[in-house]
Design a protein. Structure first.
Length: 256
């Protein structure tokens, strides 16, 4: 597999003024010679204490900015961890397309927890995990589920409840307050707390459909949609306007 080097942006010396843009960030390359256990990094997440957690095809790696500490998932088989979420101060939720089920990792004890309460068929059907207001959500068979959990130190007891979103869900993304659910040719913005729904059509985004969307990110009032075979789209949520970006780096275009 082609080596993928981890790029960690070190944002230094940013100065704002009325007639200038942000300075370009400075980067440093990290690979196995710098302490990584693998040159292939498929997921990155910063926890509440500021540590970076890197997903690889071996397991998790924690970085404090200087040193790396590795936590291999030897019993889970080789697989790229592409999705990492923090459930609470001590638990990380990890997911990969190739795992039989998600993995819950205890940061304090440095080990995985056994997952109980959900049948194997349901566990294997879950994907696109999202965190909103400290709660975990996921898609299963076109339904959006809230995944409840009780931690008893050695295992995690899970439950589930279907959300009344009223649509068949294909992909799911989130920010701290809302779920962004791709369904057909529209995005349903749903608040689990209030039940309020808003719809954004693919036409408003300047797209014929949403089939090429593989990722969605929120930057303030801007929504960025992108995929390997589509030009990134920046949608101004406040003013309901869309713009195709001139580069695959959305941060540069938003500054302009």
């Amino acid at each position: 597999m082609k080596k993928i080097f981890l790029l960690i942006a070190l944002f230094m010396g940013y100065e704002l003024c009325a007639n200038t843009f942000f300075e370009r960030p400075k980067y440093k390359l990290y690979d196995k010679s710098e302490g990584l256990n693998n040159n292939t990094v498929s997921g990155i997440f910063q926890d509440r204490d500021g540590f970076l957690w890197l997903g690889t095809d071996i397991g998790l790696t924690r970085s404090d900015g200087v040193n790396f500490r590795h936590y291999p998932f030897g019993d889970k088989g080789g697989s790229l961890i592409s999705d990492i979420h923090q459930l609470n101060d001590s638990l990380l939720w990890c997911w990969s397309n190739n795992y039989t089920t998600p993995v819950c990792f205890n940061i304090c004890e440095g080990k995985t927890l056994e997952l109980k309460g959900l049948g194997l068929d349901l566990m294997q059907s879950l994907y696109d995990f999202c965190m909103v207001d400290g709660k975990l959500y996921a898609i299963s068979n076109s339904r959006m589920l809230h995944i409840s959990m009780v931690d008893d130190a050695s295992s995690l007891l899970l439950g589930h409840e279907e959300l009344p979103v009223g649509v068949s869900v294909e992909r799911a993304f989130s920010d701290s307050n809302s779920l962004y659910l791709l369904s057909g040719n529209e995005i349903l913005v749903y608040s689990p707390k209030t039940g309020v729904k808003e719809r954004i059509s693919s036409h408003n985004l300047g797209l014929e459909n949403l089939q090429g969307v593989r990722n969605l990110r929120l930057f303030g009032n801007y929504m960025i949609l992108y995929g390997p075979e589509m030009m990134p789209v920046c949608y101004d949520i406040k003013n309901s306007r869309a713009k195709f970006l001139d580069t695959a780096d959305p941060i540069i275009d938003i500054q302009q």
